[in-house]
Design a protein around this ligand. Structure first.
Ligand code: BYC
Length: 341
């Protein structure tokens, strides 16, 4: 039961491994549960080989695989603009960003695999339309300014949601998030900078930036998930130290960050009801269309079918790479066997 701590994570409670030698399954389960409870109480970390409740494993698999799928599907709206980027510099930056998202997907699929599900299975579920990915990527990127709005608002929301996940109780997830958050911060800055340049450009460029912010604002707020009263998973995920803040808490925090930054951009948020509530000490925003959110989750958003179709096509196009890699790996194994014989 290896337990590796981040510096910020308190000392791990002693694992019950040795004490269990020779004991029956029931006792092992009881010791495992006691160990797990101590880890949770100490706000420490569970590692892949540690005992964990089946429901904890299932919840993590659900969240991490959805997160991985979001990164991979999230490459599409921006990849569509690589060939239309307005300069070589912008093209190089956008390509690097889209590649980063692929990398995030790979770290997350690796973290999910440590919970016992194969990457092939996760990918099959995605392309069969059985798995979720973030609602935000079912909206179209209509103009170059959308690259700015995605970077600023979508990556901004992602950071707000994901920084607390760096302290998630499952070690491989928390560690993956540390690196992802560093890269997301750069992504947000590049989005902000695109919008700033457009905002300081011609009136038409400024209008394009404002239009993009208007279209991405509400979908970005919905990225945090349904309102707390309608979030069936939050309570348990918070008890297990996976989620650290509720959906509404993070959404409110994000709105506060955006209020400050939009002023620097010289743009406005399309929400006349944003205000800081002095009594609750929280930022509030206008109503969101949760029916639209449900429609998107049900597969009926503006781009759901296009995104999945593109993913299927990319999977088929990549078949020869997977075959070649598997064949090369088999050859290496045979060579080693021959060498050993
Ligand atoms: N979209 O009980 P709740 C990125 C589902 S990638 C779709 O509150 P939970 C980026 C939820 O799964 C950003 N589905 O759930 C990439 C649940 O359904 P199931 C992705 C959503 O898990 C490329 C049901 O609604 N970030 O940043 O406690 C380029 C009830 O919800 C959404 C992550 O994945 C949604 N927005 O909380 C640029 C972060 N919201 O599974 C940027 C990690 C909710 O029961 N994930 N649902 O069928 C999380 O933090 C949490 O899973 C959520 C939801 C806050 C998203």
């Amino acid at each position: 039961m290896a337990a590796q701590n981040l510096q910020s994570v308190p000392d791990q409670p002693a694992a019950p491994q040795e004490a269990n030698a020779g004991q029956g399954q029931g006792q092992l389960e009881a010791d495992g549960q006691a160990y797990f409870d101590r880890v949770m109480a100490d706000d420490s970390r569970i590692e892949p080989k540690d005992w964990m409740p089946a429901a904890y494993r299932k919840t993590l698999l659900r969240q991490i695989s959805q997160h991985a799928h979001s990164e991979i599907i999230g490459m599409q709206p921006e990849a569509n603009w690589i060939s239309r980027a307005p300069s070589l510099k912008r093209k190089a930056i956008l390509m690097a960003k889209v590649q980063d998202e692929a990398g995030h997907g790979l770290y997350l699929y690796s973290a999910a695999e440590t919970l016992g599900q194969s990457r092939d299975q996760m990918m099959d579920d995605l392309i069969a339309g059985k798995a979720r990915y973030s609602s935000i990527f079912n909206y179209p990127a209509l103009t170059w300014a959308d690259m700015g709005a995605i970077g600023w608002l979508v990556d901004g929301a992602a950071i707000c949601n994901q920084v607390p996940l760096c302290r998630a109780s499952y070690g491989p997830y928390g560690r993956a998030m540390v690196r992802i958050c560093k890269e997301e911060s750069f992504h947000q800055r590049q989005g902000f900078e695109i919008l700033l340049e457009l905002s300081n450009g011609t009136p038409a460029q400024k209008q394009m930036a404002q239009d993009a912010v208007n279209r991405w604002y509400a979908p970005a707020l919905m990225m945090f998930g349904p309102p707390d009263d309608d979030s069936p998973n939050s309570k348990q995920s918070m008890a297990w130290n996976i989620k650290r803040f509720s959906n509404d808490e993070l959404r409110s925090r994000f709105v506060g960050m955006m209020v400050e930054q939009v002023r620097v951009l010289g743009l406005t948020l399309p929400d006349s009801e944003v205000r800081f509530n002095e009594d609750t000490r929280k930022w509030e925003h206008g109503p969101l269309d949760w029916n639209e959110f449900k429609e998107v989750l049900a597969g009926r958003g503006p781009c759901n079918s296009q995104r999945l179709e593109r993913r299927r096509q990319a999977h088929d196009d990549g078949a020869w790479v997977r075959e070649a890699a598997a064949s090369y790996a088999a050859k290496q194994v045979n060579k080693q066997k021959e060498y050993a014989a």
